[in-house]
Design a protein around this ligand. Structure first.
Ligand SMILES: Cc1cc2nc3c(=O)[nH]c(=O)nc-3n(C[C@H](O)[C@H](O)[C@H](O)COP(=O)(O)OP(=O)(O)OC[C@H]3O[C@@H](n4cnc5c(N)ncnc54)[C@H](O)[C@@H]3O)c2cc1C
Length: 364
């Protein structure tokens, strides 16, 4: 039996992939009311972003054929030229636009270039896909049940491997589960549960505002919002994550983005990154929301002041961008799937490989 810890995107898709290979699977989830990064994600799928992502759209469609609608949609991605973090840098904007166009051409796609009255670059409109977090969260429980995934609710306190015997998973409240194979897919909590992952796996805090359609009805929507997701061409989060090893102190950046989310919208996002290895306490939500709104005010003042509910979640990442997926060194039977960049595009292909390897290992 494979025990999968964590019922976010990684844990749920892993559980489905393992069942397809005939393995018995138990999926351990925390209380359903707890928010996860997967739930508040834009769910964007840039299949043209790298060769490893090229099959992402096709794999989501295959998942839907097997498990029913999961929220997959073709849409557009509009990358705007606004900058929520001073200073503005028109040269960097033009360079980022050119780099992205080249990547699209290499992937056999093309972008619509949006120019201003003076011929200046305003943004790009690209083909894109997205998985709606609200639809996905509503569909997964029934899909997992139909696939024969056993569910267990509980919060893991510790993972113990007493020698050659099975892994023991101690839960809050005193229960213990045992399994020969454990897949740790607990997102940002993965390092708390297995601290040796700490040098590679880092955590940022991401904050977004959830707006109802009514909240937005009276506002001018940014260009591209009616057909898909809107994000900045000069996104700052990824660059900040890459700087983590040399970061002297915690830093926050705002990437002005807007994405449909069920019948509502997500407006974000602020990312707070701590230096690598430093404890990641939850930041003050009032400070995070104020910083998010002041960054948004530079780009979309009409949206920045709307009343909306603020949410923040921890997200795992690696500074190198290389995901942490596979067997864990010096811990036979323990596997991990965390720190995956662009996970809505990267996880479907990665989890096919992971499930094949786990199935092969369980037979040998
Ligand atoms: C605003 C925002 C926008 C984003 N946009 C995109 C995007 O466009 N495209 C994209 O690909 N990605 C995007 N992401 C990133 C993406 O959402 C996350 O990286 C991804 O969902 C992480 O999935 P996960 O399953 O690894 O982790 P999580 O979703 O964090 O799930 C972890 C699971 O582990 C459980 N868990 C934790 N601790 C324990 C414990 N002790 N015991 C038992 N269970 C535990 C949690 O309850 C949860 O169910 C975005 C994220 C945010 C916040």
């Amino acid at each position: 039996m494979v025990l999968v810890i964590g019922a976010g995107l990684a844990g749920c898709l892993a559980a489905l992939a393992l069942r397809e290979r005939g393995l018995p699977v138990t999926l351990l989830s925390q209380a359903p009311a707890l928010a996860t990064a997967s739930q508040f994600s834009y769910g964007g799928v840039p299949w043209w972003g790298a060769p490893a992502l090229a099959r992402a759209a096709e794999l989501w469609q295959a998942l839907e054929r097997r498990h029913g609608p999961l929220g997959w949609q073709s849409c557009t991605l509009t990358l705007h030229g606004g900058c929520a973090n001073p200073p503005d840098d028109p040269q960097a904007l033009a360079a980022a636009g050119a780099g992205l166009e080249a990547r699209l051409v290499a992937a056999g796609e093309s972008a619509l270039v949006l120019l201003g009255d003076q011929g200046q670059l305003l943004g790009l409109e690209l083909p894109y896909g997205r998985v709606d977090g609200v639809v996905l969260a509503a569909a997964l429980p029934a899909a997992l049940e139909r696939a024969g995934v056993r569910r267990h609710t509980g919060s893991v306190l510790a993972l113990e491997c007493p020698g050659a015997s099975p892994w023991r998973v101690r839960l809050a409240g005193g229960d213990t589960l045992e399994a020969e194979t454990v897949l740790l897919a607990a997102g940002a909590a993965s390092t708390q549960l297995w601290p040796p992952l700490k040098p590679e796996l880092a955590t940022s805090w991401a904050g977004v505002l959830a707006l109802s359609a009514d909240d937005l009805a009276a506002c001018d929507l940014p260009s591209g919002a009616r057909t898909g997701i809107v994000m900045p061409l000069l996104g700052q989060r990824q660059a900040l994550e890459q700087q983590t090893p040399s970061l002297g102190e915690a830093r926050a950046v705002v990437d002005a983005g807007l994405a449909p989310w069920g019948t509502a919208w997500l407006l974000g996002q602020i990312s707070l990154v701590n230096p690598l290895g430093q404890f990641d306490p939850e930041p003050d939500p009032a400070w995070m929301e104020a910083r998010l709104r002041s960054g948004l005010a530079r780009v979309w003042p009409q949206l920045a002041r709307l009343p909306a509910r603020y949410h923040q979640l921890p997200v795992s990442f690696t500074a190198t961008g290389v995901p942490l997926v596979g067997p864990v060194a010096q811990a036979p039977g323990l596997w991990v799937c965390a720190g995956v960049g662009a996970p809505f595009a990267a996880l479907p292909p990665l989890l096919e490989t992971l499930a094949d390897q786990l199935a092969a290992g369980s037979r040998s």
